[in-house]
Design a protein around this ligand. Sequence first.
Ligand SMILES: Cc1cc2nc3c(=O)[nH]c(=O)nc-3n(C[C@H](O)[C@H](O)[C@H](O)COP(=O)(O)O)c2cc1C
Length: 336
Amino acid sequence: MQQIEKSSIKPDTPRVSINRTFSIAPMLDWTDRHYRYMARLMSKQALLYTEMVTTGAILHGKGDYLAYNDEEHPLALQLGGSNPIDLAKCAQIAAERGYDEINLNVGCPSDRVQNGRFGACLMAEPELVAECVDAMKQVVDIPVTVKTRIGIDEQDSYEFLTTFVETVKEKGCEEFIVHARKAWLQGLSPKENREIPPLDYPRVYQLKQDYPEIHISINGGILNIDEMKQHLEHIDGVMVGREAYNNPYILSQVDNKLCGQQSEIMSREQVIEQMLPYIEAHVQQGGRLNHITRHMIGLFQGLPGSRQWRRHLSENAHKAGAGIEVVEQAFAKVSV
Ligand SMILES: Cc1cc2nc3c(=O)[nH]c(=O)nc-3n(C[C@H](O)[C@H](O)[C@H](O)COP(=O)(O)O)c2cc1C
């Protein structure tokens, strides 16, 4: 195999320590850097994941797919790919750019991803995943982790899962995130694959019991802090996706209720106040308002006025020239 030298370039920002108790799931099109900036305002402890970025995009794409705001740390880059050399190159670039963790996607079931032979279909190739992890670990000092499912198609026995985990663990992967449902690789859309296969939390708990030495985070269908606490009685960490996006203010409880901190909780109004200069800078640089406000739509979820807030942003934030006044007007419509 082609040798890739370990990089001696150190990122400008010193590495932060990672608390793996709570993380926000990687979500394509949702957990972009604007969402992550807002999430970080509400939780200092949450480990944030990027959307999946393919090795092809990083190595051959035209844009900068690795850009992020310094405030986002601790931040993990999720990679999509299955070529060990390409993954190692990308891991090295990401480490130089200051990412705190590299995560390999072994959970996405979309056709596009399967055609590229990565994502969930890699569960059937544990040796290859192990090789990928090994190649990345050779060139970076930051953790290399794997996000996976409990099975794919008919391959859904506990032994299938343990064979996968054991094989990958042998190459030094010490942290796994397990979406507690299997994926059907044919016939279901990615969205259906997040809803139809049943959740099996006890299977993930069993994995933790049998492999106490590895850090395991559970993912899938977790909706509130109480549920997170219950999971944490059996498992090392919880990863939350849709709820953290649709109802982002839930993040304001994470540090104190899950991570043992005693920090001041930011009000929704303070979150908006702190978003305004960020939004202003984005708009001044030619960005659209709704690139950011689309992630703020759920901020008042469940409160009176939430609908007016959502509607005002949806109807106005995409217009050319729209600026922070749209956010201020929307906020004026919410009674809190
Ligand atoms: C819009 C959307 C995009 C997603 N994109 C990714 C992705 O890029 N990589 C990944 O590993 N999982 C992706 N997922 C799956 C989530 O990371 C997570 O595993 C799944 O939503 C289950 O967690 P939840 O029930 O807390 O949402 C995505 C989910 C959603 C809703």
